[in-house]
Design a protein around this ligand. Structure first.
Ligand code: SF4
Ligand code: SF4
Length: 406
């Protein structure tokens, strides 16, 4: 695609990166067919090709408006379009740059600004988020039925297996997952212990930074990233093999630390090293001898919902499904499994109507397969799906931990 970037942007790192991405797009529109927001709204500007064009116009000097920012904000950042694109266009990066530049020109209404500020000041901090959940729990009897259904079910914590194996990994404990499903990383430690791997917690570890970074607050996001790098660094110098992340959205962010911090003179090298040594939990487990787990699947019929951050972002389609099938679980089919469930990080809070429509479509496709339980790989998807179904929704590692044999 030809571009004519104005001087204001041409000499900036963002402008140059965006121009290179724009030039890689041939405007073919293949991506539009797999875009969930285009499917719902039928407007070119609510699909990837249209959004790419809106960012191009901005970089060529056309002022952003509240309308153009809305089209960018409706994007789920699930990257289904990147999987479809034959030209390898780095759409997500372009959208991040475009959204940040548009937010510099267009102010959100005060209520929206407050909502976004509260979100950034509460969600990434497990103690604050837990306190909010506790308050909501107290108020639950007074809430309308629709609000009650949105309150997440807090899972019971499991004891952490403190093994002594020579193979060691550190874990990103995360923020929302730590508050809502503290059992997930403990289940991870339990399963890895059976595979001869010790999983270590990381004092000083914080939110991966995605909540701030993807909502236009880059410096705040960088701060979270640097704090995690500092927390992990000494372990990685002392024989730890790498970082394991059980929430695919957070894992994708950590895998991008190297790219995101490449201009930081102090952290660029460390960030690249961390990203190269970060693995989704499924990547690690898929390479191990699963017979050691002695799992009895007990005929359970599982619907595995693959988060966008796992299948499109981390490009790991079919890995969890392969593990579950090797262990003898029966996987039920899901129509349009490539489409987003509508969770998408903070999207369900910021775009509730679209998010609910996508969730309902996803649940209908999942339930049509007749599963007895829904498994997924990201806390956001887990919480979001649970608000729309009577079926139990779990992280897939909990299925394994609950069925470990002797
Ligand atoms: S992003 Fe890829 S698929 Fe979409 S219009 Fe551009 S080249 Fe075509
Ligand atoms: S990231 Fe998802 S919602 Fe956004 S343009 Fe791509 S396919 Fe559409």
């Amino acid at each position: 695609m030809e571009t004519s970037i104005i001087d204001k942007y041409r000499n900036t790192a963002d402008g140059q990166e965006a121009e290179a991405i724009l030039r890689s797009c041939v405007h073919c529109g293949f991506c539009t067919a797999t875009c969930p927001t285009y499917q719902l709204l039928g407007d070119e500007r609510d699909g990837p090709r249209g959004r790419i064009y809106l960012v191009k116009q901005l970089l060529e000097g056309q002022p952003a408006t509240a309308r153009t920012l809305t089209h960018l904000d409706r994007c789920l950042s699930g990257r289904s379009c990147e999987t479809t694109c034959p030209s390898g266009v780095n759409y997500a990066r372009l959208a991040d740059i475009g959204r940040t530049l548009m937010q510099q020109q267009v102010a959100y209404p005060p209520v929206e600004q407050l909502k976004r500020w509260l979100m950034r000041k509460i969600i990434p901090y497990p103690a604050r988020f837990s306190a909010l959940l506790a308050l909501a729990g107290l108020a639950k009897p007074l809430l309308p039925a629709a609000s009650k259904r949105k309150l997440p079910q807090i899972s019971t914590a499991r004891p952490w297996v403190d093994s002594t194996h020579a193979r060691r990994f550190l874990v990103l404990e995360g923020c929302v997952q730590k508050a809502v499903t503290p059992s997930v990383n403990a289940a991870t430690a339990q399963v890895l212990d059976r595979l001869g791997i010790r999983l270590e917690r990381t004092p000083g570890g914080v939110c991966c930074g995605a909540v701030s970074y993807h909502n236009g607050q880059r410096e705040e996001g960088y701060d979270f990233m640097r704090r995690n790098i500092d927390a992990w660094w000494s372990g990685l110098q002392q024989g730890v093999e790498g970082i394991i992340v059980s929430a695919s959205g957070c894992g994708l962010m950590v895998k991008e630390y190297g790219e995101v911090l490449k201009h930081d003179p102090e952290y660029a090298e460390k960030a690249a090293f961390i990203s190269a040594h970060t693995r989704d939990l499924s990547e690690l487990i898929a390479g191990e001898g699963l017979a050691r787990l002695a799992i009895d699947p007990a005929g359970e019929k599982i619907a595995f919902h693959a988060p966008c951050t796992l299948q499109h972002g981390q490009r790991l389609p079919g890995v969890v499904e392969g593990i579950l099938q090797r262990l003898g679980f029966v996987l039920t089919p899901i129509q349009d499994a490539h489409l987003c469930c509508g969770s998408a990080g903070s999207y369900s809070l910021l775009q509730p109507e679209l998010s609910t429509r996508l969730r309902d479509n996803k649940i209908a496709h999942i339930e049509a397969g007749g599963p007895t339980i829904i498994a997924t790989a990201n806390i956001g998807c887990q919480m979001h799906l649970a608000t729309g179904t009577g079926l139990r929704v779990v992280h897939w590692i909990e299925l394994l931990a609950d069925r470990l044999g002797d």
